[in-house]
Design a binder for this molecule. Structure first.
Ligand code: ARG
Length: 584
């Protein structure tokens, strides 16, 4: 079912009114409609076009008001139009959304195919907070785009290839006694420790370093035993990554792995074609490309290394090969790379080279969706006390423990099993929401106590808000929440709207707009802000308008408002990848 949002209806009406009063060449001008404190909406269109129309903005606004029959409208200030929507139109919108299992959210992005490249941890290395950001942000974007109708292809470009594997495999071969396999979530820690021991020996023992290099050659030549050892490392790491995704509630699964190794065979052609096209040049034995305007601090151009001096291919060559596959085979209209801001230059150069080579046509958008660094309380990149990078798993453990502390202060009457499940849901919500609610491109401070706070703009607060709505509904309906369509049928559009009901209804009506905004800007924090405002509007409504104690049609209408709020909060949290338990 299509539900036209109230703001969209108002926008269309003001646009039409504006078009009628403006000279023909300004037809369809943006009416600039925004939510407003003074009325439901304010249109600034008359001000925006006055100059071009050669008329005073108030004059234009006056004419627009005269043409807006379906709303209460008045001119304000230098030429704004304040618009108030009739009560029955608002109730109608509430009923329509409540009757729809998608809450009236349309699929405006259908027909578009989007590849989202995110998470991308490295085999045999512990995931760190940077991978957390990529996983959480990428997942939220993938969910929002898919919900709006895009055909989303998730790609987890894990680091599963490189000379480090020679060292690791050689080390394992020489130290059969070390166990690392089959330890579940501990596998990554065991591998990470191994990696460090191998690196230490590599640096201290030249003979071992030589044997390791020979092992790289074996790997590249597909020597069966070496390949088997490599496969084992990759498979075990993938399993450990999947365990983390399951715990985090991230959609990535085994079908989404798109490791660097997958592109090995495509790399020689990448280099050859770039050389043939004159885009790449040989420099000091390596093959490099340059991008106009990308210069180092000394003013000399920064090279993008596609083939190293030793003949090995770099990270850049692989990324170029992925673009070809994503464009040619996957037919992507758009490719999003959710990667640390520090890789900004890399992507700028990769996209530039891919465009010049014709692998990335103008019609396909490639974007580096960059994010800032996670900082510790000291304002420096987040590290453990001993200066090590923080393990993702530890971070989640800390958040769950903090949530248990907060829950412990409440008289919740949970069984031990319920407590576990709520602590898990809230711990994950705390961590994910803290990440998503910050402006993506900025650094943010990881502060567990702030994350699990039950007030303020936190994931736990929103989960509480949702659980509270569920509890109100249980009381108001004697435990039997009315079926959706049925509840919608109960909306009586003739009732006058209380201002707090109006504010809540208009907030509910803006859900799709918030989602579109996230997709347009690639900024999940806009959905967080929307949900927080919605929860605030609900609190104001509930303070001013009794539900359980109300009677008749008023009660029925308010139950629908509560149910729609609960479902919108749950759907919104769900699109952020956050669970919404019914009891907290
Ligand atoms: N594995 C890389 C890292 O851990 C991130 C890869 C990002 N994705 C890409 N297509 N380059 O830093």
């Amino acid at each position: 079912m299509t539900v036209v949002a109230i703001q969209d209806q108002v926008e269309a009406a003001v646009r039409a009114a504006l078009t009628r009063v403006l000279p023909a060449e300004l037809a369809g001008a943006d009416p600039v409609v925004r939510r407003s404190d003074r009325a439901d909406f304010q249109a600034n269109g008359p001000l925006a076009v006055a100059k071009r129309a050669g008329r005073s903005p108030r004059d234009i606004a006056q004419d627009v008001v005269a043409g807006l029959r379906e709303y209460r409208a008045e001119v304000s200030g230098p030429g704004f139009v304040n618009v108030t929507v009739p009560d029955d139109v608002v109730w109608l919108a509430v009923a329509a959304r409540a009757a729809d299992d998608r809450l009236g959210v349309a699929t405006p992005r259908s027909g578009e195919r989007v590849v989202v490249d995110y998470s991308a941890p490295n085999v045999a290395k512990e995931m760190h907070v940077g991978h957390l950001r990529s996983s959480v942000i990428g997942d939220a974007l993938a969910r929002v785009f898919a919900h709006l109708g895009s055909d989303v292809i998730r790609q987890n470009h894990i680091g599963d290839w490189g000379t480090q594997f020679g060292m690791l495999i050689q080390y394992l071969d020489e130290h059969r006694e070390v166990s690392w396999r089959g330890q579940g979530a501990q596998t990554m820690s065991a591998l990470d420790a191994l990696y460090k021991s191998a690196r230490a020996q590599f640096e201290a023992d030249p003979a071992f370093a030589d044997r390791s290099r020979a092992r790289v050659v074996d790997l590249q030549a597909s020597e069966p035993r070496t390949v088997a050892a490599w496969r084992d490392l990759v498979a075990q790491s993938q399993r450990a990554f999947e365990a983390i995704y399951a715990r985090l509630g991230v959609l990535l699964d085994d079908g989404d792995f798109d490791g660097e190794s997958r592109y090995n065979d495509a790399l020689p052609a990448v280099v050859d074609e770039l050389l043939a096209a004159g885009i790449a040049t040989e420099s000091d034995g390596a093959v490099v490309t340059f991008t106009d305007g990308v210069d180092g601090p000394d003013g000399s151009p920064v090279p993008l290394i596609v083939r190293k001096k030793d003949g090995g291919y770099g990270y850049a060559a692989t990324d170029l090969a992925t673009i070809r596959l994503r464009v040619e085979a996957y037919q992507a209209d758009r490719i999003l790379y959710v990667v640390d801001a520090r890789q900004g230059l890399h992507f700028r150069m990769v996209f530039d080279v891919a465009r010049r080579a014709g692998w990335l046509p103008d019609a396909v958008r490639a974007q580096h969706v960059q994010f800032g660094t996670v900082l510790g309380a000291d304002g420096r990149p987040f590290k453990t006390r001993s200066g090590k990078t923080v393990r993702l798993a530890d971070l989640l453990d800390d958040a769950e423990a903090a949530v248990r502390g907060v829950l412990g202060e409440r008289d919740h009457g949970f069984t031990a099993a319920e407590l576990d499940s709520v602590a898990h849901a809230a711990g994950i919500a705390a961590v994910k929401y803290a990440d998503l609610s910050n402006t993506r491109t900025k650094d943010y401070v990881f502060d567990v106590d702030q994350m699990v706070a039950t007030t303020g703009n936190t994931g736990v607060y929103l989960q509480y808000a949702h659980a509270r709505v569920c509890s109100i509904l249980r009381r108001a309906t004697d435990g039997s929440t009315p079926p959706i369509a049925d509840a919608a049928g109960h909306v009586d559009g003739s009732l006058p709207l209380h201002p707090a009901e109006r504010a809540l209804a208009l907030a509910l009506d803006a859900f799709e707009r918030a989602l579109r905004d996230v997709a347009d800007t690639l900024e999940p924090h806009r959905l967080c802000g929307y949900l927080y405002d919605l929860a605030t509007a609900f609190t104001r409504f509930y303070d001013a308008c009794p539900v359980v104690r109300a009677d008749g049609a008023t009660r029925a209408n308010r139950i629908v408002l509560c149910a729609l709020t609960g479902r919108t909060l749950a759907a919104g949290l769900g699109l952020l990848g956050i669970a919404a338990p019914e009891r907290m």
